[in-house]
Design a protein around this ligand. Structure first.
Ligand SMILES: [Zn+2]
Ligand SMILES: [Zn+2]
Length: 253
């Protein structure tokens, strides 16, 4: 008997759609037990349309709140049921997934870096995020992760790959400035988290020197992009020094 059949043969009643595997409370308990494992949630939401809808409405948000509670509280301004621009699944991916990088016009690389799960090395901070905002946009709230370090065979320095997210990007000063700058979207690139088009902050002349200082960039060379939904991803060169620690947690509120 397959899963569809077994579900359809359960007694019908007002709670049928919320029974068994579709019972929200049971699913939340199961995922709490699984420490809100992102791979398990990907598998569950791929089972069928109902589970995908439930994950979209509830489970991805719960996963985000589990992995970065203070950051999510700030991003949603304390409204626990609120929607988020770009969707909760995209934000969940951003929390635990290093997007890798491709060589670009502003950041030369001999070969691309592959994307990967990065649960062990992600720490997001809005103090860090402030360093990525030009002076006139410092009122915006932006969280940025510590860079994920990747060795390159052809040079001593490491490639640092970082990611971030704006609060309320549609109303942000940064978006306003990007639109006023009339800079074009990057033709060949999409956001690794939501698939939307991206602006190059370098092309928009919106990369402050504080960003390189904050990252500890070895030669000041860095690049980052912001998508239509306010996700940021970027690269820099780092002096090979340390390995990161910790889990996915916001370093500040
Ligand atoms: Zn990485
Ligand atoms: Zn995006």
């Amino acid at each position: 008997m397959n899963r569809e059949t077994s579900l359809s043969q359960r007694p019908r009643g007002p709670s049928t759609d919320n029974s068994g595997i579709l019972n929200e409370r049971i699913l939340v308990l199961v995922f709490e037990y699984l420490n809100w494992d992102i791979k398990a949630l990907c598998q569950v939401s791929a089972v069928d349309r109902k589970l995908r809808a439930l994950a979209k409405r509830l489970l991805w948000r719960k996963l985000c709140a589990h992995h970065a509670p203070r950051m999510i509280h700030t991003l949603t301004e304390g409204e626990s049921n609120s929607r988020i621009i770009g969707g909760w699944h995209a934000l969940a991916k951003l929390l635990v997934f290093c997007g890798g990088c491709q060589p670009t016009a502003h950041f030369q690389l001999s070969q691309p870096v592959s994307a990967h799960l990065a649960v062990e090395s992600s720490r997001f901070s809005k103090t860090s995020g402030r360093s990525f905002l030009v002076k006139k946009c410092r009122g915006d709230v932006l969280y940025v992760s510590d860079p994920c370090e990747h060795a390159r065979g052809d040079r001593q320095d490491l490639v640092g790959i970082y990611r971030g997210v704006f609060r309320g990007f549609l109303k942000s000063r940064t978006r306003d400035c990007l639109i006023r700058s009339r800079v074009e979207f990057e033709a060949e690139m999409r956001c690794p988290y939501c698939g939307a088009r991206v602006w190059s902050m370098t092309a928009a002349k919106m990369v402050p020197r504080s960003a390189a200082r904050r990252l500890g960039s070895s030669d000041g060379a860095l690049e980052y992009y912001v998508c239509l939904n306010g996700h940021l991803h970027g690269t820099c060169w780092l002096v090979a020094l340390s390995s990161s620690d910790g889990g996915v947690e916001d370093a500040d509120g």
